[in-house]
Design a protein around this ligand. Structure first.
Ligand SMILES: NC(=O)c1ccc[n+]([C@@H]2O[C@H](COP(=O)([O-])OP(=O)(O)OC[C@H]3O[C@@H](n4cnc5c(N)ncnc54)[C@H](O)[C@@H]3O)[C@@H](O)[C@H]2O)c1
Length: 436
């Protein structure tokens, strides 16, 4: 099995004494409701602008600064703030390092990072070193080393670091988490998840010209699970990862790459330059992860073949099974008919999580982004732990590089223990404060 090395000073145990606890205690109230939470948004493209819109709906948030490489994008986001009756945020636009000026100069409580992937980690590290909470878009890092950097810097500075994995906050996924915590599935044995989302014609490439957008570079250079966090986010809580269990290894394999070329030939003809390009990225990446306690998880990357959206979540335990794609469930102690599926929706309503009381359907991603950012801001306001901590952020993120290494070696790769052993005694934490 291929071993991924850990950073040297971790081996010396130099920071062991200042390690963050994996939180089981509730947020300590040291903040004030009246004091605005000062937030900057770095990267005001599609996702960053959407976050600006959501932040404007959260009470007590002041967006004080915005930063982008493109002036019109930052100006557009600043206009949104003004239109909402807020003070116009300061705008920082010069080059890819201008975020440093912003983070050094502004008196901030938190920063939302929604830039290209290559600078997520550097911005988050700079934020933590300035005592600013980073909320990092997915994935938080592109390498295992950078993932360790996030963990170590959060531990050293004491500043919580959260990856903004919104699907962990979905209403269905939180209801399922409630049921799992009530023991309704018995012991969890196996899960499956996928990011089945055809993004070729809008996110990776321009759909009118076929020109490459920035994420397309990754399809040319790498073959790995480029985007594991939406699928695996909710699953790590269902499987108690970092809270009594831990991933020990990952084995990834990839299909051939056919979908992107087929798309270009179908849509633009075989003479389009991108129809002839060689893409390293296979169409379907399948990763098998094992845990210390004997659970297994299968994750599929599936973003370049034509298909409807799905996350294909499945959770299986000693007392039953949940199957998201069928919107069905079977529980041996509850289901009326032996070995027959029953509809999921009544369970989702009955075991609704307390975070999901209001109708948020008009908000971005059906309210999921509001709940996530609201919980993040609340944590910042009281200077407490973020709802997703740095260790869970690290586990989701590390799959990017580890899956690529495993495909390259055609062998399983050891999964790092970002908690350095604390997983053995840590109690479940995510979404516990408002449990049912
Ligand atoms: N959670 C979700 O549902 C979701 C959905 C879409 C995208 N995302 C994530 O959001 C992030 C942004 O994606 P997007 O689709 O908005 O891309 P985008 O291209 O629309 O926006 C990215 C913006 O970041 C700016 N930028 C890049 N580097 C910068 C730097 N060093 N300093 C300042 N600005 C910089 C760019 O100019 C651009 O405007 C990615 O990490 C992506 O994975 C998440």
């Amino acid at each position: 099995m291929e071993k991924v090395s850990r950073r040297d000073f971790i081996k010396t145990g130099a920071i062991a004494s200042v390690g963050l606890t994996l939180l089981t205690d509730s947020i300590s109230a040291s903040g004030s409701e009246d004091k605005p939470v000062k937030v900057a948004v770095i990267g005001t493209g599609n996702r960053g602008t959407s976050h600006v819109g959501t932040l404007l709906t959260i009470k007590g948030v002041e967006i004080t600064a915005l930063c982008d490489l493109v002036e019109s994008k930052a100006v557009n986001a600043a206009n949104l703030c003004e239109k909402a009756g807020r003070k116009r945020p300061a705008i920082y636009v010069k080059d890819k390092n201008t975020y440093k000026e912003l983070l050094d100069r502004e008196q901030l409580d938190a920063v939302i990072i929604a830039t290209y992937w290559d600078c997520h980690t550097a911005i988050a590290l700079h934020a933590m070193n300035n005592n600013i909470y980073p909320g990092i878009e997915v994935p938080a890092a592109l390498t295992v080393d950078d993932t360790w950097n996030l963990v170590e810097t959060s531990e050293k500075t004491g500043i919580p670091c959260m990856m903004l994995e919104n699907w962990s906050f979905r209403q269905d996924n939180l209801a399922l988490l409630n049921m799992k915590r009530l023991g309704m599935f018995g012991e969890i044995v196996h899960c499956h998840c996928a990011h089945s989302h055809d993004c070729i014609d809008h996110w990776f490439f321009d759909n009118t010209t076929g020109d490459q957008k920035w994420p397309a570079e990754y399809l040319i250079k790498y073959n790995r699970d480029q985007y594991p966090t939406h699928s695996v986010g909710p699953v790590i809580s269902w499987m108690d990862i970092n809270r009594g269990d831990i991933f020990t290894e990952i084995f990834s394999t990839s299909s051939a790459s056919k979908g992107i070329n087929a798309y270009f030939i179908r849509k633009f003809g075989e003479n389009h330059p991108n129809a002839k390009l060689k893409y390293r990225q296979g169409d379907i990446v399948t990763s098998l992860l094992k845990t210390k306690m004997g659970k297994t998880l299968v994750i599929n990357y599936d973003m370049q073949l034509p298909r409807p959206y799905s996350n294909r979540w499945m959770l299986q335990g000693t007392k039953g099974v949940y199957y998201e794609e069928k919107s069905s469930i079977y529980l041996v102690d509850n289901s009326p008919e032996y070995h027959q599926w029953e509809p999921w929706k009544p369970y989702e309503e009955k075991f609704n999580h307390k975070w999901w009381q209001a109708d948020l359907s008009s908000q971005s991603h059906g309210g999921t982004d509001y709940i996530m950012l609201n919980r993040f801001v609340e944590a910042v306001r009281v200077k407490g732990p973020t709802p997703i901590d740095v260790y869970d952020s690290a586990v989701m993120t590390a799959i990017v590089e580890l899956s690529g290494i495993s495909i390259e070696k055609n062998a399983p790769v050891a999964f790092p223990d970002f908690t350095k052993g604390k997983w053995e005694t840590s109690k479940p934490y995510f979404a516990m404060d408002k449990f049912i």
